[in-house]
Design a protein around this ligand. Structure first.
Ligand code: SF4
Length: 353
C-alpha cells in the first residue's frame, strides 16, 4: 500500500471535482427528489443486487402503499412479501419490517441520526448506514460499495484485493478524512456512486474521456484502468439438484411453507425434494405420505442462480385424487393474487395455467 500512500494527495482535488460534476449530470431518480431517511433506506435496500431501472417501479409502488415507518411496521407479512415479489432476497423485506417495528417501539418512529446507531437496525450494514447518514442526515460518513471501491482503486492505482475487508476499511477511512458535511456529504456519496455506475464502468472499458477525474487518475495515466480493481478469485457456486412437484387436485395446486431456516426460509414453495428423482421415486414419495396420485408426468426443467448456490430443477405434474392436509390447495389465480413465491419457482408457477 506504500505506493498508494504517495498518491493520496490527489484525493481532496478528486472530491471537489466530483462535487462540481455530479450536480450537472445527476439522473433524476424518485428517491433523490426528497431524500428523507425513510426514502433513502427503502431505495438503498431495494438497490442491493438490483439494477436502478428495475427498482424504480417497485420503489414507487412500495412508497404509495407504505409511505412511512408507521405503515411499514404494521403491514401483514404476506402483503409485504407480495409488494417485494420479483426483487428476490426476501430477507431484505422482512428486515425492513423488523427495523420499522423497532423504530416505532424504541425511537418514536424516527431514525437515529448516527451511522453507528443505524447499523444496529436489522438489515442495515455499513454501506446502507453510510448512505442514510450522509444523504439524509448530511453526516461526513462514506458509503463504500463495489462502485466506490472500483473508482478509488483505479484513481489511486491501488492493487490491494477488494474482497479483503482491510481494503474496504482503508478506502472508507481514507474517504472519511476528506468527506464534507451537510448537503455536500450526500452529494459526494451519490456522486461517487453515479461515477461508478455511469462512467467508471464495471464491465468493459471505463469512459475515461468524460470522467471528471481523468487528469488525476493514476490508472488512466498508466493505461492500466482494466487492471483494477484487483479481486481474489471466488469459489465456484455449489450446484444442487431439486425435484419440484406440481400437485394438482381438480383446478387447485398445493403449496407449502419452507423450513424456517436456510435458503428461502419460511417462504411459500411448491413441494420440493432434494435430488433429481425418477418418476418411480416420485410415486414412492407420494405413497409414503399417503397422497393418492393417479397420474404423474415430467413437466420440464429450470435453473435458478442464487449468490452462492445454483438450483438445477426438474419438475413433475401429479394429478391427485384428494387434497393432502399438509399443503394449502389453491387455484393459480389465488396463488398469483395472495401468495408470493420466490423467483426460483416462477418457471413452475407459469406452468399452472
Ligand atoms: S479516469 Fe477512467 S479509470 Fe480513472 S476514475 Fe475516471 S473512468 Fe475510472
Amino acid at each position: 500500500m506504500s505506493d498508494t500512500f504517495e498518491k493520496l494527495n490527489i484525493l481532496p482535488e478528486a472530491v471537489s471535482r466530483i462535487l462540481r460534476w455530479y450536480p450537472v449530470v445527476r439522473r433524476i431518480l424518485p428517491w433523490r427528489q426528497n431524500p428523507t431517511p425513510y426514502h433513502t433506506w427503502i431505495a438503498e435496500i431495494m438497490l442491493q443486487q438490483t439494477r436502478i431501472e428495475a427498482v424504480i417501479p417497485y420503489y414507487t409502488r412500495f412508497l404509495k402503499e407504505l409511505p412511512d415507518i408507521q405503515s411499514l411496521a404494521v403491514i401483514p407479512d404476506d402483503r409485504l412479501l407480495k409488494l417485494w415479489e420479483g426483487l428476490g432476497y426476501y430477507s431484505r423485506a422482512r428486515n425492513l419490517k423488523k427495523a420499522a417495528v423497532l423504530l416505532m417501539e424504541q425511537n418514536g418512529g424516527s431514525f437515529p441520526a448516527s451511522a453507528a446507531e443505524l447499523r444496529k437496525l436489522p438489515g442495515i450494514g455499513e454501506y446502507t448506514a453510510g448512505a442514510i447518514a450522509s444523504i439524509a442526515f448530511g453526516l461526513p460518513e462514506p458509503a463504500v460499495d463495489g462502485n466506490v471501491l472500483r473508482v478509488i482503486t483505479r484513481l489511486l492505482a491501488c492493487g490491494e484485493d477488494i474482497s479483503d475487508p482491510k481494503t474496504k476499511r482503508f478506502v472508507k477511512d481514507l474517504l472519511r478524512l476528506h468527506y464534507p458535511e451537510g448537503y455536500e456529504a450526500g452529494l459526494l456519496t451519490e456522486g461517487i456512486m453515479e461515477l461508478g455506475e455511469t462512467v467508471c464502468l464495471p464491465n468493459g472499458a471505463p469512459r475515461c474521456d468524460v470522467c471528471p477525474l481523468n487528469l488525476l487518475c493514476a490508472a488512466h495515466r498508466e493505461g492500466t484502468e482494466l487492471s483494477f480493481p484487483v479481486k481474489a478469485v471466488r469459489k465456484p457456486r455449489r450446484k444442487e439438484e431439486k425435484t419440484v412437484l406440481l400437485l394438482r387436485c381438480g383446478n387447485r395446486f398445493a403449496i407449502r411453507r419452507r423450513d424456517s431456516s436456510g435458503l428461502l426460509a419460511g417462504l411459500w414453495e411448491f413441494p420440493t425434494l432434494d435430488g433429481f428423482l425418477t418418476r418411480e421415486q416420485v410415486l414412492r414419495y407420494a405413497a409414503s405420505i399417503k397422497l393418492p396420485v393417479c397420474l404423474a408426468s415430467l413437466c420440464g426443467e429450470a435453473k435458478h442462480v442464487f449468490t452462492h448456490v445454483e438450483w438445477h430443477m426438474s419438475g413433475y405434474l401429479l394429478d391427485c385424487e384428494a387434497e393432502h392436509p399438509d399443503y394449502i390447495w389453491l387455484t393459480p389465480d389465488e396463488i398469483a393474487a395472495d401468495y408470493s413465491l420466490p423467483t426460483a419457482f416462477r418457471p413452475w408457477q407459469k406452468k399452472l395455467n
